[in-house]
Design a protein around this ligand. Structure first.
Ligand SMILES: Cc1cc2nc3c(=O)[nH]c(=O)nc-3n(C[C@H](O)[C@H](O)[C@H](O)COP(=O)(O)OP(=O)(O)OC[C@H]3O[C@@H](n4cnc5c(N)ncnc54)[C@H](O)[C@@H]3O)c2cc1C
Length: 470
């Protein structure tokens, strides 16, 4: 059965508005966010409801056609775009954008997979609640993708990863069966917690069509603080102090390099340095609570102590929403700010929090020797032990082809030596399949393969992602 026949049958199910075959219409679905990777596909299917998703998956299972689920296509490991074969079909959830239920008393809402993350945050806010998942791509990424990558972001320290924010799921399984697991229960110990298998599975075990999302009280006072520090070890010392004083009220604790901050102030429109002086390292810290006021004097107190002990060289507290937004623009714009400086090689690693300074020192020493033409920019979620190391490499395809695998493999070695992870929050996708097999134990890989065969016996759900060669 040819792919053309599949696309014709899919068009009968979805109608012409649910199928894109024109080259220029498909482009957006075939290119990754940073336009570094491109796949091929004869068609993009856009079902409008769970029934249509199920009908498409059933058809694909019957005909053995591989599907690549896609939500906002902001994923950073090329799991949301098809491979280059032209034999995989993109299944976009972008038309499924309704919020099916809102329950402020039960602290949840039920959202379809195609809802944009920022819209869900707004819907929660309209209920006087908080949906705490927050990341730089929130204006484009969609909850189905966030769930499928178990996204982290800037509030993990307090609220956990997406895994902790999902109460129930609706999933279309590999044979087209719909599993309605949309339970809104805080307690439910009735056997295996099946929803967790689909969270972070990157579309390889089922298609997420809707989710029950946990909401939290909306913070009423937020204090955002910028500090200049001279080395990463100070960040760890300050994290301990803030935790001792503010405990669970700390939502974000982010580290940036002076290089990255300067790049943001230079290249991002309207962005200025938050403080006058220049420094090698910066911290962006956010503390929130549900009371109306009283946090600011406590923050001022700890800041005075920090300066009295010379732990920070400069700093400021955001005194307006505009100032706060500017600080966050610098943090969220780290990749964007450096994108025109060369070819950016991205990474996403984690180690124990206390090992972060060691890792940064070892990485700097290693790459100064092995890749002297590359600038290393580590930044990110210090509070979670999770940093993104961006490497700015020369814009030369031959040199990038040589550097990229070596840089990422060496970084995985450095991280592995500290018992860390080579993918803290972005997942495996197609980009890190080889690393997964190399770095995970045989028994872990075998259990994963077993799960894949159980949930997707025909191998039609995102083949080549997470586990290559299935
Ligand atoms: C600027 C920027 C900042 C980012 N910051 C962070 C960050 O701080 N923390 C973080 O964790 N990530 C971050 N990311 C990456 C992150 O994984 C994504 O932004 C987001 O979680 C993916 O959502 P998406 O809707 O774009 O998913 P997509 O990119 O469309 O898909 C991601 C994966 O999930 C699968 N998938 C998508 N939808 C479904 C579905 N409905 N059912 C089953 N499988 C599905 C896809 O096949 C793919 O494998 C960032 C990305 C960008 C571009």
């Amino acid at each position: 059965m040819s792919l053309n026949t599949f696309v014709e049958s899919a068009t009968e199910i979805l109608g012409p508005s649910g199928v894109i075959t024109a080259a220029d219409g498909k482009e957006h679905y075939l290119l990754d966010f940073w336009r570094q990777n491109r796949g091929e596909s004869p068609a993009v299917l856009r079902p409008a409801n769970t029934g249509e998703v199920a009908a498409i998956v059933r058809l694909a299972a019957e005909l053995g056609v591989p599907l690549v689920p896609q939500s906002g296509n902001t994923g950073l490991v090329t799991g949301s775009i098809p491979d280059a074969s032209g034999e995989q079909i993109v299944l976009s959830l972008e038309r499924m954008t309704s919020i099916r239920e809102r329950d402020p008393a039960g602290d949840y809402l039920v959202a379809e997979a195609g809802c944009i993350l920022a819209d869900i945050q707004q819907a929660a806010s309209d209920m006087d609640r908080l949906f705490p998942l927050s990341l730089g791509a929130q204006g484009s990424c969609r909850i189905g993708g966030n769930i499928s990558t178990n996204a982290g972001g800037v509030n993990v320290l307090r609220y956990g990863m997406t895994r902790q924010l999902v109460m129930g799921l609706e999933v279309v399984l590999g044979d087209g069966t719909i599993w309605n697991g949309l339970r809104a229960l805080k307690k439910d110990n009735t056997g295996y917690d099946l929803k967790q298998l689909f969270i972070g599975a990157e579309g390889t075990l089922g298609i997420v069509t809707a989710a029950v999302l946990r909401l939290f009280p909306r913070p009423r006072e937020t204090q955002t603080l910028w500090l200049a520090i001279d080395r990463p070890a100070v960040a760890i010392e300050l994290l301990k102090r803030f935790q001792a004083r503010f405990g669970e009220l700390i939502t974000s604790f982010e580290l940036l390099t002076g290089f990255g901050v300067d790049a943001a102030a230079t290249h991002l429109p309207g962005v200025r340095h938050p403080i006058e002086s220049r420094s090698d390292w910066h911290l962006l810290i956010e503390v929130e609570w549900s009371l109306e006021e009283g946090l600011l004097p406590r923050i001022e107190e700890i800041v005075e102590e920090i300066f009295a002990e010379d732990l920070a060289t400069d700093g400021t507290i955001a005194m307006s929403e505009e100032q706060r937004a500017m600080m966050w623009r610098i943090r969220e714009g780290q990749s964007e700010a450096t994108r025109n400086m060369g070819y950016i090689i991205r990474s996403d690693i984690s180690v124990k929090v206390r090992d972060l300074p060691v890792l940064i020192d070892r990485a700097r020493a290693h790459y100064a020797k092995s890749a002297p033409d590359v600038t290393l920019i580590p930044f990110g979620h210090v509070g979670d032990g999770n940093l993104h190391f961006n490497f700015v490499a020369p814009e030369d395809p031959a040199r990038v082809a040589e550097l990229k695998p070596a840089i990422l493999s060496d970084l995985a070695d450095l991280v592995f030596a500290l018992d860390g992870s080579f993918s803290a929050e972005h997942g495996i996708g197609r980009a890190k399949c080889g690393e997964l097999v190399r770095r995970k134990s045989g028994i872990e890989v075998a259990m994963m393969r077993q799960l894949k065969r159980t949930f997707d016996p025909k191998g039609i759900l995102n083949p080549g992602v997470v586990l290559a060669g299935e």
